[in-house]
Write a protein that binds this ligand. Structure first.
Ligand code: UGA
Length: 459
């Protein structure tokens, strides 16, 4: 099949490379000529494990092409995917659809024969109708069907997610489009990936509901972690204890410094405003956003508390800056709020990240960027693990004890067991876990009903 992806960003590139790897002939189109030139030369603008090899292989086998010419790319194409960004519109939280609409017009002008126009960008419910209207108005003779086909891939695991999806959602009621989309995903269907056909608006909402639910799940376990700390329980055991219930499931129950990234923050916000406009406010999602926002800076207070209530004049070594490991993406990363709050409180911050330093330099001022984890820890009063990169999972604490000035470790991702660190003379703080000393601080207040009337006791 011939497929076009418009937008050679994260979703467009990963999807294009994976479609090509299935055997389709794919052209990724972008209006950024410098980016297209770089891609043709095999240079990938984003950090995603395995993507460079996949692009290189499919370029060499001539199934993957890059172009700025949409009209030429669309000749003979059976499907064209819109994969441009939908950032938060400044000021009101709605998704900014201007790129999607611009691309819809450009596609309209390039349609010759029947083509499926599939939206992969995350777009609010009803956008497919608007795209259809725009194409019809721009090119009244065009033969096309607009389909919603949301993407569920995670940064850092995007290729595996694309090739082994939990499900593929296709929103359309057009029979011809169903056949084309079935063909596009046939290689995955043969791998038993469920293909879920729905109405277009339903499909658009599935994407937002999925991200909002996951954001809520993380936020729930983060609040339970706070309660664990206050009551002497262990959040990791609570997460395991509830996660083994199949109705709950064990994933996305890892307590931490709050979710970040390019998706959860903007998508929850966009869903909330859509729901408000539809006069059906989503209070749970509104609260999730508020709780997550306050959590990021609260993490800086946790570091301060671990440092004895004051970080003024102290040197804090921050390990991990990206919003999660295996990406260089710093968007909405908890590290940004944490570093700024620590600086506001008078701390000097040293930082190291295996991939996010270039992006972090643009966001953070007055930070000493180090060349390695140990370089970062040199002379520090406290070490804070903000992102759980594999490279931080087996730190040499004997060496850290020699090079650090202080003996404090704050592990905001619970990648260590307290005993492992405490053995080396460190004071260790983590998320939702307590030591014997703090456990003794909480005692259940015993209350009893004053008087139980006869016959009222028992069920
Ligand atoms: C998320 C979704 O997981 C994808 O399914 C979706 O396709 C994507 O958004 C999108 O809409 O494009 P992503 O933002 O790449 O993917 O990252 P996640 O792995 O979901 O992590 C998001 C944030 O939640 C990170 O800051 C991570 O550290 C945090 N998180 C995740 C936790 O704090 N605890 C967890 O248990 C899981």
């Amino acid at each position: 099949m011939r497929i076009v992806l418009v937008g050679a960003g994260y979703v467009g590139l990963v999807s294009g490379a994976c479609f090509a790897d299935f055997g389709h002939v794919v052209t990724c189109v972008d209006n950024d000529a410098a980016k297209i030139d770089a891609l043709r030369a095999g240079r990938i603008p984003i950090y995603e494990p395995g993507l460079d090899e996949l692009v290189e292989k499919n370029l060499a086998e001539e199934r993957l092409n890059f172009s700025t010419d949409l009209k030429a790319a669309m000749a003979d194409a059976e499907a064209v995917f819109i994969a441009v960004g939908t950032p938060s519109r400044r000021g009101d939280g709605h998704a900014d659809l201007s790129h999607v609409y611009t691309v819809a017009r450009e596609i309209a002008r390039s349609i010759d024969d029947f083509v499926v126009v599939a939206t992969k960008s995350t777009v609010p419910v009803g956008t497919g109708d608007a795209v259809e209207r725009i194409i019809r108005e721009t090119n009244p003779d065009a033969d096309f069907a607009v389909v919603s086909n949301p993407e569920f891939l995670r940064e850092g695991a995007a290729i595996t997610d694309f090739k082994r999806p939990d499900r593929i959602v296709i929103g359309t009621d057009d029979e011809r489009a169903r056949v084309v989309m079935g063909e596009v995903y046939r290689p995955l269907y043969l791998n038993q990936a469920p293909l879920l056909f729905t109405a277009r608006r339903t499909s658009e909402l599935i994407k937002y509901a999925a991200n909002a639910f996951l954001a809520m799940k993380i936020t729930f376990i983060n609040e339970i972690a706070d309660l664990c700390e206050a009551t002497g329980a262990d959040v990791q055991e609570v997460a395991r204890g509830i996660g083994l219930d199949n109705r709950i499931g064990s994933k996305f129950l890892h307590a931490g410094p709050g979710y970040g990234g390019s998706c959860f923050p903007k998508d929850t916000q966009a869903l909330v405003v859509t729901a408000q406009d539809a006069a059906t406010p989503l209070r749970l999602v509104e609260t999730t956003i508020a709780v997550n926002d306050t959590r990021k800076r609260a993490m800086a207070r946790k570091v301060t508390a671990a440092c004895g209530g004051k970080v003024l004049g102290k040197t804090i070594a921050v390990l991990g800056l990206t919003f999660k490991p295996n990406t260089d993406d710093m968007r909405e990363a908890p590290a940004v709020s944490i570093v700024r709050a620590l600086q506001d409180a008078g701390a000097r911050v040293h930082a190291y990240d295996p991939a996010g330093m270039d992006q972090a330099r643009q966001l953070l001022d007055d930070v000493v960027f180090a060349a390695s984890a140990y370089d970062c820890a040199e002379g520090a009063d406290a070490l804070v693990i903000v992102t759980e990169w594999d490279a931080f999972r087996a730190l040499d604490f004997k060496r850290l004890a020699e090079i650090m000035r202080g003996r404090i470790v704050v592990d905001l991702r619970n990648i260590y067991q307290p005993e492992e660190i405490e053995r080396h003379g460190f004071v260790y703080a983590s998320i939702g876990r307590t030591n014997a000393q703090s456990r003794s601080a909480y005692v259940l207040r015993e209350t009893e009903a004053e008087e139980v009337p006869a016959g009222a006791a028992g069920e």
